[in-house]
Ligand binder design. Sequence first.
Ligand SMILES: Cc1ncc(COP(=O)(O)O)c(C=O)c1O
Length: 368
Amino acid sequence: MIPVARPVIGDLEEQAVLEVLRSRHLSLGPRVPQFEREFAARVGAPHASAVSSGTAALHLALRAVGVKTGDEVVTSPFSFVASANSILFENARPVFVDIDPVTLNLDVDAAAAAITDRTTALLPVHIFGYPAGTPALERHGLPIVEDACEALGAVHADGVKVGGRGHPAAFGFYANKQLTTGEGGMLTFGSLEHKVIVDSERNQGRAPNMDWLDHDRLGFNYRLTDIACALGLAQLQRLDDMLAARARVAGWYRSALAGFEGLELPCEDFGGDVRGWFVFVVQLPRGADRDDTIRALYERGVQSKPYLPAIHLMSFYRERFGYRDGEFPVCEDVAARSIALPFFPELTEGQVAEVAEALESVLYTALR
Ligand SMILES: Cc1ncc(COP(=O)(O)O)c(C=O)c1O
């Protein structure tokens, strides 16, 4: 079976983790600030805070910019559910707008039109690693929290790396990501004030100068261990190679799938934006049954996933906010036809050819 994702783990990672285990300093130790410094430098941000997940990063970022009960936050319905859920954690309302059919990111004109006097933040998602239109959103003068969980390695047309614009930007380190710590996340920021708040709130509301078990604000346990940070530091050392390998695999897919009638591939980089490759998601030809396609691929030894479902059509969101089919037609069309194919740095050109052959036989022969 060719899996849909697989992390690169070698001697570097094993040694880094072993060293921490042998030091007996497993949490609140030196690897945390070291990982923060090196990650911040990698994306060109002045500050970073390591946290337990991308979701925790989003939650703390929204709190840091002051989102509170009853506020509206404009965001994309075509995302992993955590980006919208993090808004609900603070009893604010996610205001969805439709997406751009090419980049699949939030449509910046629709976002502008959705801003009201209750809007206190904008939450663009750099979906599938393609830079969202954050520079255009900056014109509104509202706080921005970037969901960069899928976008390590992405660069905006103005040369600024995703995560380096100064807004709190949340990264995720789950095992399918460009860089993994098993589970984990990072917030990058331009403002030291934001880092101070986040460092306290990830650690039960403790201020750095407080004695043990002294707390001056509400906080959470969103800490990342030294073991995870050591793994992250090792992964950072090989990040350039892993990103280049992902881009190479994407190129193989483009060639192998060229000419598949009705199949839509991820957009090419344009206008100076650079994708940080995370997944290779294709939209199936209209009329192809996605579930049948996934099953038939599986029978041929290829794992694939429906990716991503539209958030506003999930039962929980429908029930809570009354969303109905047809409200965001571009998102719904893309969400209904998208599947993620196997995609990871060590995927070989031969395996890409196998996936392409399987897909061709399923789409144009077996299911016809
Ligand atoms: C777009 C997006 N947002 C948020 C998250 C949440 O990250 P985590 O799983 O680390 O909490 C993910 C991770 O899958 C994601 O892809």
